[in-house]
Design a protein around this ligand. Structure first.
Ligand code: B12
Length: 223
């Protein structure tokens, strides 16, 4: 299937979101996923549709209610994806724990939930701590679970700066050699230098690329 077709799917999905057709939208992606698999359906259709919905929302062309519908559709689809065993990868046996959270003061959960789903489906044992989690809580959890990687999401510049506290907490506990910090969210796409500014070890622009990033970071840990 070529890109042009996926753009048509995106437009159709956006139409359903705008019309608040939650069940129809979920069935629409589900049907596509049966054909091309959930990774492709999510990364090529749902993810770009959400970005466009986000832009419409930012320009006040969408209501908060429509944004809410988009979030609910995403959650429904991610649940279906997690329940589907059809696209587990060869790494699915790994069961390595990782901790994921939106940093303190950040409530943009959609991106994080997508990353969580893609990691789970690639075999990582994800502890998703949710929104607005402090650096200390995140590092405590990672230490408790012996997680070699922490993934932190932030959508806003101001909240992204709080990720530097996670790096400081890791450094304070001398964890730099045994634990890596993955960062991501819309703001890291527009300001690439932010990854280093907050002390991140790496980033990925979309959820589908997160498992590879985590695998790469795991390889950098001296065991
Ligand atoms: C939806 C939304 C909201 C919703 C969030 C609902 C929810 N349940 O998530 C609500 C209404 C709550 C909200 C609130 C606010 N928002 Co808002 N919001 C957005 C919007 C429109 C879309 C974000 C989104 O969900 N994108 C879709 C997801 C799928 O994409 P994504 O987040 O980029 O995630 C992908 C990648 O980045 C990556 N990724 C994400 N996390 C991670 C983590 C790791 C480790 C890795 C590897 C990868 C990764 O994978 C994801 C999937 O592919 C954006 C605009 C935009 N265009 O981004 C503004 C935006 C982010 N919001 C903004 C603002 C200012 C706010 C508010 C302050 C508004 C206000 N005045 O109250 C509040 C602050 C709340 C807070 N403290 O967090 C600004 C941020 C400005 C800035 N750059 O600093 C934006 C950019 C809008 C704007 N243009 O002004 N918002």
């Amino acid at each position: 299937m070529v890109d042009k077709d996926y753009r048509q799917y995106q437009s159709q999905l956006i139409g359903k979101i705008i019309d608040a057709e939650r069940a129809e939208a979920v069935a629409f992606i589900d049907a596509l996923a049966q054909e091309v698999g959930f990774p492709t359906a999510i990364s090529r259709v749902l993810d770009p549709a959400l970005i466009e919905i986000g832009e419409l929302w930012s320009r006040e062309k969408l209501s908060l209610a429509q944004g809410y519908v988009a979030a609910k559709i995403t959650e429904d689809v991610l649940l279906k994806a997690v329940e589907s065993t059809a696209w587990k990868t060869e790494t699915a046996h790994m069961h390595i724990p990782v901790v994921l959270a939106n940093i303190e003061d950040d409530f943009h959960s959609l991106g994080r939930k997508m990353v969580s789903t893609f990691l789970q489906l690639s075999g990582w044992d994800v502890c998703d701590m949710g929104n607005d989690i402090t650096a200390e809580e995140i590092v405590d959890k990672a230490v408790e679970l012996h997680a070699p990687i922490i993934g932190v999401s932030a959508m806003m510049y101001t909240s992204a700066l709080n990720i530097a506290k996670v790096r400081a907490e890791m450094d304070r506990r001398k964890l730099a050699n045994s634990m890596k910090l993955a960062v991501g969210g819309a703001i890291f796409k527009v300001r690439a230098s932010l990854v280093r500014e907050v002390g991140g070890d790496g980033t990925a622009v979309s959820a589908i690329e997160a498992p590879q990033l985590f695998a790469d970071l795991l390889h950098t840990i001296k065991r």
